[in-house]
Design a protein around this ligand. Structure first.
Ligand SMILES: NC(=O)c1ccc[n+]([C@@H]2O[C@H](COP(=O)([O-])OP(=O)(O)OC[C@H]3O[C@@H](n4cnc5c(N)ncnc54)[C@H](OP(=O)(O)O)[C@@H]3O)[C@@H](O)[C@H]2O)c1
Length: 288
């Protein structure tokens, strides 16, 4: 299987590349190798590598910055996805596009199914939704895989931020009224490979690790597991606060839980609980 991976230097890109199964050939292109907002570069890269799959892990992921950089976020999260979809179509390749829980408004009280009504409440989510539409335009046989709260032993993410703050601050306050499913980039990458291997039908899918947590619950678990492994030397108080006490440029969905049943039914892969996956990620951090 020949795969062209964009955004190969990001969290999901790195995890996907590492898990490439025997027999798969991956052209892993980082931002420096391929700027997907350049239509001509995209056309040339796809022509040169002639992949069966294009996996797009490149994105504008700075949720707060996107509020004041709508054009830049749209260029990367939406227009560029159109370039990839077009290049895929003209070479008979398929596109796997990553997307996000932020396409929903977070007012639900049960996990969002893939066909649930989208209603992004911020610029990032709006541009990612536009990217989904680009990926699936004109009946293209693309896969859109939404995920949530991604972290890895590398890159910019909540776990690494918490570890840094917990080592430096006397106490931290963490939002307790937004809930979601923390997802290890490696869990997601495993599922992405399965989707490719079974040549999954086109459409929208969800994948996240199992279970639900608030950012506060997640922070408490990070501290406990990090102390156990000697990643942190001592505990500090972690205090729950409402979002109103932690203003950010972008509003975030309060309930951000995705229903991954469609993906589970197709792949047969049971999701592991987020805390199990957090432990594995921290073990990886210790071993590094
Ligand atoms: N992180 C999350 O919590 C989360 C949650 C839900 C969904 N997702 C989705 O999952 C996917 C992967 O996210 P991630 O967490 O792996 O993001 P990430 O770590 O921020 O990686 C994004 C990558 O895109 C690259 N990039 C930026 N501009 C580019 C351009 N013009 N052309 C090519 N590459 C470019 C970046 O490279 P440089 O850094 O060198 O610019 C970076 O390596 C995205 O579609 C995201 O929307 C993420």
């Amino acid at each position: 299987m020949k795969v062209l991976l964009t955004g190969a230097g990001g969290q999901v890109g790195r995890a996907f590349r590492v898990l490439a199964p025997a027999g798969a050939s991956v052209a892993a292109l980082s931002h420096a190798d391929l700027d997907i907002t350049d239509a001509e570069q995209v056309r040339r890269a796809v022509a040169a590598h002639a992949p069966q799959w294009i996996v797009n892990a490149a994105a504008y992921t700075a949720v707060d910055a996107a509020e004041n950089a709508h054009e830049a976020a749209h260029a990367l999260n939406a227009t560029a996805v159109g370039y990839l979809a077009h290049a895929a179509r003209s070479t008979h390749a398929r596109l796997l596009q990553l997307s996000t829980d932020f396409v929903f408004d977070g007012r639900a009280s049960a996990p969002y199914e893939p066909d649930a009504l989208t209603a992004p409440i911020g610029a990032y989510g709006a541009t990612k939704l536009a990217g989904e539409q680009q990926a699936l335009a004109d009946g293209a046989p693309s896969i859109v895989m939404r995920t949530s709260w991604v972290y890895a032993a590398y890159g910019q993410n909540f776990v690494r931020t918490m570890l840094r703050l917990m080592a430096a601050k006397p106490e931290i306050r963490v939002v307790c009224d937004q809930v979601g499913s923390p997802t290890w980039a490696t869990s997601l990458a495993q599922i992405l490979w399965q989707m490719l291997e079974i040549d999954a039908p086109a459409g929208i899918y969800h994948w996240c690790d199992a279970g639900i947590a608030s950012w506060y619950d997640f922070a408490v678990a990070i501290q406990e597991e990090a102390l156990r492994r000697g990643i942190l030397a001592h505990a500090i108080p972690v205090l729950p606060i409402p979002s109103a006490q932690y203003p950010t440029a972008a509003q975030r969905p309060a309930y951000s839980v995705l229903d991954a049943e469609r993906t589970r039914a197709l792949t047969g892969a049971p999701a592991e609980h987020w805390r199990t996956q957090l432990r594995k990620m921290l073990d990886e951090l210790v071993a590094a």
